[in-house]
Design a protein around this ligand. Structure first.
Ligand code: BES
Ligand code: ZN
Length: 445
């Protein structure tokens, strides 16, 4: 076993589920563990409180004339349900078939820990790093980073940097190094359709009062037209077109063909906006998704009932130059205008963040491409990402620095799903990549 794998297991054993307040103590304990690990590698480290979960900060000795690099990651994880579908318990990591299995193995503990291991190895081998490094690990990414932007705004000078390094995205296929230069944004909301004061007998009252579940289904169905486009008025108003060079380049990227997506998702067919390839739909087009829907009897057999209310959770993936608050306002207007009378509709906005887009051919982008090439032994592909890391655009706005997205996740790592896993080979490649990357970045000054 590689010498760091046992340590990664210790990190993975913390059930640091940020959304679940009963796990706040585990989140805090995880932060403490990371602080100690960073200190053991020869850097200074501290825990900084926020109104929510704490931030872990690490620094080497900063010297005049060197590049200032901020390394970001998140140590919080998604909930584990449905627990019964896990082949091994989510917080008891183990290796099977060359992969490390456990919640957070890829998203994001395995990925940022690979960087911490790379830093530790460089410190051991050379006694110092080729750049001024600041490590920033947060515990709230999976809940939309509610406290990190204010934290950065309050500490702008401390976190001022030339470039930011993040491994919290994907590789398009095994062995294909991937540099991300964009992320979709996100805007979340949920609504409740309320009808009768209590659940009713559906024979005694069916046909004379409005059924909230039916209305919720109508509202959900109204979000798309038959061509797969989002049917909310004005939704596409600010959408930036993708560039011709991106269309051409993405057509050659492995792993995002129709067959690849069907194989990895297990879906019976592809779906999406007409006129766009799967890569274009994923990386350059906005979407509307239902993330949760509930109401009425969910148990075995039937229960003839008109439930008092039905709940729906929605999220919208956004692209440049859509504005999250504007989109949420348009969603609200759409739902209100499509809701029939006879029920009460309550809508609550959730967290949101803008899309991010940068130039992969910048000085730092080129250094990242070189590091990927050297550490993976193959030419990197350049992609945008379908997922979101809202703090990346905040970094741009608050710190004025661009982010290099050096993804280590594979399409079948099952992030956010049962049986999340991280290939040992990617963990090791991440460690190598960190060492080469800091060298390459250090050489840009
Ligand atoms: N690591 C993901 C984001 C990601 C995954 C980007 C794969 C690109 C490829 C991150 O932890 C995540 O899940 N983000 C959330 C953001 C949200 C909760 C604000 C997301 O994308 O749903
Ligand atoms: Zn995630």
């Amino acid at each position: 076993m590689n010498r760091w794998q046992e340590q990664l297991y210790s990190l993975l054993r913390f059930p640091s589920i940020s959304t679940d307040s009963s796990h706040a103590g585990d989140v805090a304990a995880c932060a403490e563990w990371l602080k100690s690990m960073i200190q053991e590698s020869g850097l200074s480290a501290e825990i900084r409180p926020t109104p929510g979960h704490p931030v872990v900060i690490g620094k080497n000795e900063h010297k005049e004339g060197r590049l200032n690099v901020l390394l970001y990651g998140h140590y919080d994880v998604q909930p584990v349900d449905p627990l019964e579908l896990w082949e091994s318990p989510p917080f008891e990591p183990e290796e099977r078939g060359g992969k490390i299995w456990g919640r957070g193995s890829t998203d994001n503990k395995g990925q940022h820990f690979a960087h911490l291991c790379g830093v530790a190895e460089t410190m051991e081998e050379k006694g110092e790093l080729p750049v001024n490094l600041t490590i920033l690990l947060e515990g709230e990414e999976e809940i939309g980073s509610p406290n990190l932007r204010p934290f950065l705004e309050a500490n702008r000078e401390e976190f001022a940097c030339d470039v930011i390094v993040v491994s919290d995205t994907g590789m398009v296929a095994a062995g294909v190094p991937t540099l991300g230069y964009g992320l979709r944004g996100i805007a979340c909301c949920e609504f409740v359709v309320k009808g009768p004061a209590r659940d009713l007998h559906s024979g005694c009252y069916g046909g004379v009062v409005c059924n909230p579940a039916t209305v919720a289904a109508q509202l959900v169905a109204s979000l798309h037209d038959e061509g797969g486009r989002v049917a909310i008025e004005g939704f596409y108003d600010d959408v930036a077109d993708l560039e011709d060079w991106e269309r051409e380049m993405w057509a050659k990227v492995p792993g995002v063909s129709g067959e690849g997506i069907l194989a990895v998702t297990g879906s019976p067919a592809l779906f999406g906006e007409e006129g766009f390839s799967s890569a274009e739909r994923l990386w350059a087009r906005p979407t509307a998704e239902v993330n949760g829907i509930g109401g009425g009897y969910q148990g075995e057999g039937s229960k003839t009932v008109i439930a008092a209310e039905t709940m729906v959770k929605l999220s919208f993936r956004l692209v440049p130059n859509q504005k999250p608050a504007d989109i949420l306002a348009k969603v609200r207007k759409h739902l209100e205008s499509h809701c029939p009378s006879g029920v009460i509709l309550e809508i609550e906005d959730g967290h949101y963040g803008s899309a991010y887009h940068t130039d992969p051919h910048s000085k730092y982008g080129k250094a990242a491409q070189e590091a990927l090439k050297k550490s993976f032994g193959a030419e990197p592909v350049l992609i945008r990402e379908g997922g979101s890391i809202p703090i990346v655009q905040d970094f741009k706005e608050v710190l004025g620095a661009d982010t290099l997205l050096l993804g280590l996740a594979l399409p079948d790592c099952q992030i956010h799903s049962p049986n999340e896993n991280f290939p040992v080979a990617n963990f090791e490649a991440g460690i190598r990549m960190n060492k080469v990357l800091l060298e390459e970045l250090g050489a840009t000054v």
